[in-house]
Design a protein around this ligand. Structure first.
Ligand SMILES: Nc1ncnc2c1ncn2[C@@H]1O[C@H](COP(=O)(O)OP(=O)(O)OP(=O)(O)O)[C@@H](O)[C@H]1O
Ligand SMILES: [Mg+2]
Length: 303
């Protein structure tokens, strides 16, 4: 019995070097819509986020909601169309997107965290329209698709946005006072128009503006797979572009990789893509040497 307790104490102590290293730093966790489908995993996610915050790591959660938006659109009889991993968004679709993201999912995550939060730390839900948190404009699709070497689609993709700026002041004020911001990826245009922004892009911009130490993408695969279906443990910029152009990285993985590379370029310390279906994947990534999933790096190291 005492042996078992000592083992537990040892495990706790083995986290000390990481807690010391990351104390006071900011981590951005992108919580993918596909990773949040199972109830027990969602509870576990909420507790892991709180654990990070209580150890002194400032956490921002940015969530997606792809599958949930598609399900809601289907109920309303609206077809989902994707172009290069981005959802084509007319005004009617935007309305549903905002309902699902800012209304439903955002509040669910906030409530889930606050259910376990105790008295010192609380989650606060925000969309990019609150406090002008995410100023946006219509996505420049020429630039977006050219950068990743894909053909620019002719069709208009509607109210799909890109980030102009993030209200860092608001995020810092919340984080410094013990709150965990939970962000729905909806941006606000100059005229107040809502824009649907891929959550990966929002997460990477939030990481950049808050000078985050780590950006973690929790998704529904073990990591980025090569053409034989094997998980790649470390992926460089060059390889990433090659895998996109040959079609091995496709759909929802495109904005993730693109955002990851941009975040690294803008000074974010490390970017990982991890499997949100594994219990405690965040803790495994942060508090163990081995790590899990795929790390994205600017350049392949020479060793
Ligand atoms: N090379 C690849 N390796 C791994 N997954 C890939 C690859 N290419 C495409 N994918 C797809 O990317 C998907 C993950 O992106 P997706 O947008 O669906 O989820 P998410 O971003 O986690 O959730 P949300 O969009 O709701 O925020 C995987 O489920 C997989 O189908
Ligand atoms: Mg996605």
């Amino acid at each position: 019995m005492i042996e078992e307790l000592i083992q537990k104490a040892k495990i706790l102590q083995s986290a000390l070097p990481y807690i010391r290293k990351f104390y006071g730093k900011t981590f951005v966790v992108k919580y993918g819509g596909s990773a949040m489908l199972e109830e027990s995993l969602r509870e576990s996610f909420a507790k892991d986020v709180l654990l990070l915050r209580y150890t002194g790591i400032k956490v921002v959660v940015v969530h997606g909601g792809g599958p949930q938006i598609s399900a809601a659109l289907e109920k309303f009889g609206i077809k989902s169309t994707f172009v290069g991993g981005l959802r084509k968004t007319d005004q009617e679709t935007m309305h549903v997107v905002e309902m699902v993201l800012s209304g439903d999912i955002n509040k669910d995550i906030v409530a889930l965290i606050n259910k376990h939060s105790g008295e010192q730390i609380y989650a606060v839900g925000l969309s990019g329209r609150d406090g002008n948190l995410i100023r946006a404009k219509k996505l420049n699709k020429e630039e977006y698709f050219r950068e990743i070497g894909l053909e620019v689609p002719r069709e208009d993709i509607g109210f799909v946005g890109e980030v102009l700026s993030v209200n860092t002041h608001l995020l810092q004020a919340l984080m410094d006072n013990g709150y965990i911001p939970v962000i729905a990826p909806v941006g606000v245009g100059e005229d107040g128009q809502a824009y649907n922004i891929n959550a990966d892009i929002v997460a990477s911009e939030v990481a950049r503006y808050t000078k985050a130490e780590k950006l973690l993408f929790l998704t529904d695969t073990e990591g980025i797979k090569d053409k034989d279906g094997k998980t790649i443990s470390s992926l460089s910029r060059e390889e990433a572009y090659r895998l996109i152009s040959e079609g091995t990285i496709k759909g929802g993985m495109i904005p993730k990789v693109k955002s990851a590379l941009r975040a690294l370029q803008e000074g974010v310390g490390k970017v990982h893509i991890v499997d949100g279906r594994i219990p405690h994947s965040i803790l495994l990534e942060i508090f163990t040497e081995e790590g899990v999933g795929t790390e994205i790096v600017n350049q392949r190291s020479m060793d």
